[in-house]
Ligand binder design. Sequence first.
Ligand code: AP5
Length: 217
Amino acid sequence: MRIILLGAPGSGKGTQAERLADTTGMTHLSSGDLFRQAEKEGTELGKLAKSYMEKGLLVPDDVVIKMVLERIAGKEVGVILDGFPRTLEQAESLDEALGKDGVDKAIHIEVSQDELLKRLSGRWICRQCQKPYHLVTSPPKMTGRCDSCSGDLYQRPDDTMETAMKRLEVYFKQTAPLVDYYRKKGKLVQIEGEKTIEAVSKDLLAKLHWRRDGHTR
Ligand code: AP5
């Protein structure tokens, strides 16, 4: 099973991917997390990605495609792709790599622009395991500490208002057209993302015909 999560910055892709992975045992692969990890390690890939991420722009297709396809090659368990593909070229490369059936489902989480900006400005992330929190809607039990691994929480530099606005502009121009791409293929699952985290998870599992214990109905 290969699932992709589509949605604007702040729509809840990371949050829902994490929960879905916990429930189903599938692997959660986030292209943004891979870039942030590479940046932390000071690799050439990390330096290159940083130069785009800090401006709110997409990292060039050839770099992202190579990185993600290498990660999913030969994976036995299911994969949840969070933040990839983000352009038509990435979507076509993924289809080609996966063979004739391509991805199983493309989940599009829809959230209004005002809500997206509120979410990005209140987000804190675990430096260690990347789990996202929100100061108002999903605060950690202990201020500044991750509930799961006790790692330090930090704010992403690309969550400033100016860069967040740029990321939204880039999303609507370059990524939103993928919603139609997957609709035409009959793979699109539309999710109303402006509900509580729990309610969105519930809808998602229902639409995928999965139960909370990870089995299909
Ligand atoms: P990436 O890391 O993928 O960021 P993004 O798409 O901008 O998405 P976010 O991580 O900001 O948001 P999310 O949808 O995961 O929301 P979250 O669950 O955290 O990419 C970063 C950069 O890397 C890109 O700008 C680009 O430069 C580069 N990049 C990555 N992939 C690329 C690709 N394929 N091609 C080219 N470049 C690429 O939730 C947000 C907040 O809201 C959290 O605080 C959360 O707690 C809260 N929240 C979540 N759900 C709810 C809810 N239902 N109600 C209330 N609050 C909620």
